[in-house]
Design a protein around this ligand. Structure first.
Ligand code: AMP
Length: 434
C-alpha cells in the first residue's frame, strides 16, 4: 500500500512553520485587543448559499473555487454545504443570527483561522490557508476605514515585514456604480472580439470583474478602460477624500489604484490590498479588504454598513522567509532535571513536575542513561540549567549547573524554585540569547 500524503494543496505546518504562525497570531491578538476587536469563531462550513449570496455567484471564489462538501449517506439534511472560502460572509451571518444589530455599534469582531478554496495549487496558493480577519459592523466611516488600514499596516510592521504597500481605491456605491458599470460594459463590448472566452461571458453577468482579470491579453484593454474614480457620486467622492485626509493626517502612505475592484461582489466605496514592496502579482497579495455597506441586507439583516480585511498568514510567513526574518524558537525547555542514578526516574520526574507547577519550563531526563549522557542531551536541547540529583539528596540538596557557564552550586530543595526563577530572569536579561 502506498504511503498516504497530505491532500494536494494542503500541507502540514511543521514546528518551525507552526511557530511562525503562532507568533503572527499572537501579534494579531495583541493588536486587536489594543484596537478593541472581540474574538469570534464561526463554523468552518456554512450553507453554500451564505457564500453564494454573500460573496456573489459570479465570482471566482464561488464559480470556480468553492469547496463544496457533502455529508454523504444520501444527504438527509438536504443541505448544500461549503467550506468557508473567506470569513466575512459567515461573520455577517452570525451578526444577524445573534441579533448583534441591537448592540451598541460598531460591533468590532476578529477571527483567525483556516479558509478553503478549491483552486489549482501553486506557490503561495493553497487549498487550505490561514487568514487574520477583522470586521467592523455599523459604522459608515471614513474614520474607521482609516483606523482599520492603520491596524493592518501595524500588523505587518510588528511581524517584521518592512515596506508593505497599501493600494487603495473607491468603487462607489449603488448610486454611482451602475452608471460606471454600464459605461464599462459599453467599452468592453466594443472590444468583444479581443476578449478571452471567460471574460466575454462575464461581460453580461459581471463586467466589473473584467478589471480583475489575470489574463495577459486583457491587460492593455484594462489599462485603457474608463476609471471608477472619474464616476464617483458626490457622497462617494467626499467619503474617499475624507478617508485620504485621515490617512495623510496619520502619516499612512498608500498608492491609489483605480483598477482595484477586488474579487468579491459585495464591496462598496473603500477597497484596498497589501503587497510586498515591489511585487505586483495577485499571487503575492498579502491581504485585502474593503467596505461592504450592502452585504448585511443581502444576507437578510437590517441595512447596516461594514468594513473589514482578511490578511493571508501563509503569504506573510513566505514573505518573512524571503526577507530572511527568522522568528524566535518556541518550545525549548530552560531546565532539565538529570540524576546520578539512571533508574531513579521518580525523583527526576517529581522535581520537574514541581518546577512546572511553579510556572517554569522544565523537562525530566526519562531515559535510563548515565549522568554524562543525560547532561549531553540537556546541552544539545539548548537548556540553560541542569538540576542534578546526586549524593547531595541525602542532605536535602541538588546541584544546579549553568550549562553555558559550566559552573554549579548546591541548592536546598526547598529553595529550588526560587533559585531557578532567579537564574532564568538573569539569563533573560543577560545575554538575551533566547
Ligand atoms: P482575497 O479575499 O482573495 O483577497 O484573500 C485575502 C488574502 O488571503 C490574499 O491577499 C492572500 O494573502 C490570502 N489568500 C487568498 N487565497 C489564498 C490561497 N489560495 N492560498 C494562500 N493565501 C491565500
Amino acid at each position: 500500500m502506498s504511503r498516504p500524503q497530505a491532500p494536494r494543496g494542503t500541507r502540514d505546518l511543521l514546528p518551525t512553520e507552526r511557530t511562525s504562525f503562532l507568533r503572527l497570531e499572537a501579534i494579531a491578538r495583541g493588536l486587536t485587543d489594543r484596537y478593541g476587536y472581540q474574538p469570534i469563531e464561526t463554523p468552518l462550513f456554512e450553507q453554500a448559499e451564505v457564500f453564494e449570496r454573500g460573496v456573489g455567484a459570479v465570482t471566482d471564489v464561488v464559480e470556480k473555487e468553492l469547496f463544496r462538501v457533502s455529508a454523504g449517506r444520501g444527504d438527509t439534511e438536504r443541505e448544500r454545504w461549503a467550506l468557508r472560502p473567506e470569513p466575512t460572509a459567515g461573520m455577517v451571518r452570525a451578526y444577524i443570527q445573534h441579533g448583534m444589530q441591537t448592540l451598541p455599534q460598531p460591533v468590532k469582531l476578529t477571527l483567525i483561522g483556516p479558509m478553503f478554496r478549491y483552486d489549482r495549487p501553486q506557490a503561495g496558493r493553497y487549498r487550505q490557508f490561514w487568514q487574520f480577519d477583522v470586521e467592523a459592523f455599523g459604522d459608515t466611516g471614513p474614520a474607521i476605514d482609516a483606523e482599520i488600514l492603520d491596524l493592518a499596516l501595524r500588523f505587518y510592521a510588528e511581524a517584521g515585514l518592512p515596506g508593505v504597500e497599501l493600494r487603495l481605491n473607491s468603487i462607489g456605491d449603488r448610486v454611482c456604480r451602475p452608471g460606471y458599470i454600464s459605461e464599462l460594459s459599453d467599452y468592453f463590448a466594443a472590444h468583444a472580439d479581443a476578449l478571452p472566452e471567460l471574460e466575454r461571458a462575464r461581460l453580461t453577468t459581471s463586467p466589473l470583474r473584467l478589471l480583475d482579470s489575470k489574463d495577459a491579453a486583457m491587460q492593455p484593454l484594462i489599462a485603457a478602460a474608463p476609471s471608477i474614480t472619474d464616476h464617483l457620486c458626490t457622497e462617494c467622492a467626499q467619503h474617499f477624500a475624507a478617508l485620504r485626509a485621515h490617512l495623510d493626517a496619520m502619516g499612512v502612505t498608500y498608492r491609489l489604484d483605480p483598477r482595484l475592484v477586488r474579487g468579491l461582489d459585495y464591496y462598496t466605496r473603500t477597497t484596498f490590498e497589501f503587497f510586498p514592496q515591489g511585487r505586483e502579482g495577485q499571487q503575492d497579495a498579502l491581504g485585502g479588504g474593503g467596505r461592504y455597506d450592502g452585504l448585511i441586507e443581502l444576507l437578510g439583516g437590517r441595512p447596516t454598513p461594514g468594513i473589514g480585511f482578511g490578511l493571508g498568514l501563509d503569504r506573510v510567513v513566505l514573505a518573512l522567509a524571503a526577507a530572511g526574518v527568522t522568528p524566535p524558537e518556541l518550545g525549548i525547555v530552560a531546565t532539565v532535571v538529570v540524576g546520578a542514578d539512571p533508574a531513579d526516574t521518580v525523583t527526576r520526574l517529581r522535581i520537574a513536575t514541581q518546577l512546572r507547577a511553579a510556572g517554569l519550563s522544565a523537562r525530566a531526563e526519562l531515559g535510563q542513561r548515565k549522568l554524562g549522557k543525560q547532561l549531553e542531551s540537556a546541552s544539545r536541547d539548548g537548556a540553560h540549567l541542569a538540576v542534578i540529583c546526586g549524593d547531595e539528596m541525602a542532605a536535602g540538596q541538588v546541584l544546579v549547573r549553568d550549562l553555558q557557564a559550566g559552573t554549579q552550586r548546591p541548592v536546598a530543595l526547598g529553595e529550588l524554585v526560587r533559585e531557578i526563577q532567579r537564574s532564568q530572569a538573569q539569563h533573560r536579561h543577560g545575554d538575551g540569547s533566547r
